[in-house]
Write a protein that binds this ligand. Structure first.
Ligand code: ADE
Length: 224
């Protein structure tokens, strides 16, 4: 699977892809992530990518040309299954969308800054608009990193323990049960006895009950 991400701040995306599971997935050649600097596709001398909005108003708008040049260049090299624009007015991202995207081959993500991007980019090229939640960030880079992370860990072979992505909260209809590790007693705070019992059936039953309880308390909407 391949991700291309277009941004004016490529440095913002260096660290999220250079560690842990995302780094390993690239080393194993299961996924390729390519970050493109939008400024390289600006045609004016100043390499500017934004301008004042038509009709007035505050803030700058990212112009169509640099985006179109970059997208056309990338599209001439391969077909994209999705061209995604990260935006707070997009559809809220969730596990179902992550599952769906993990089955794609080539995904292009546009991350914007300033007041927004020229609507024509969205109209002409974008196939899907994604928000990571009802709050506004300074740009689409961190949201893009979140989407890539959520998708990549679902690709077979990326996690060492194949079942571990499947047992995540949200992958079934329940949140995860609480987990514990050594020591069994930390300053009087004890791990539930049942987890030390070695009785697998009882432990599974306990985990299911705890998952149900947690879901009822925190996310009753998931049980509806
Ligand atoms: N860009 C700025 N805020 C965002 C959000 N909440 N989701 C996706 N992209 C964004």
């Amino acid at each position: 699977m391949r991700f291309d991400i277009i941004t004016v701040l490529p440095g913002l995306l260096e660290s999220p892809f250079a560690h842990s599971i995302l780094q390993r997935a690239q080393k194993k050649e299961i996924v390729e992530i390519h970050v493109h600097n939008l400024r390289d596709y600006a045609t004016n001398k100043q390499k500017s990518v934004d301008d004042y909005p038509y009709g007035g108003g505050s803030g700058m708008v990212m112009q169509i040309e640099p985006f179109a040049n970059c997208i056309e260049h990338l599209k001439s090299e391969r077909d994209y299954d999705e061209i995604i624009f990260m935006t707070p007015d997009g559809k809220t991202f969730n596990q179902e969308a992550a599952n769906e995207l993990s089955g794609k081959e080539n995904i292009l993500i546009l991350s914007g800054h300033y007041k927004g991007i020229d609507q024509r980019i969205r109209d002409i090229y974008v196939t899907r608009e994604i928000s990571i939640g009802d709050y506004v960030l300074s740009g689409g880079e961190l949201p893009a990193a979140i989407v890539v992370d959520a998708v990549v860990r679902l690709i077979p072979g990326v996690l060492n323990d194949e079942t571990s992505a499947l047992s995540d909260s949200f992958q079934g209809e329940l949140l995860d049960a609480p987990v514990y590790s050594r020591p069994a007693d930390w300053k009087g705070h004890k791990v539930p006895d049942i987890l030390l019992s070695g009785d697998e059936a009882k432990i599974n039953h306990w985990r299911h009950e705890e998952a149900l309880k947690r879901t009822q308390e925190r996310r009753p909407d998931l049980l509806e």
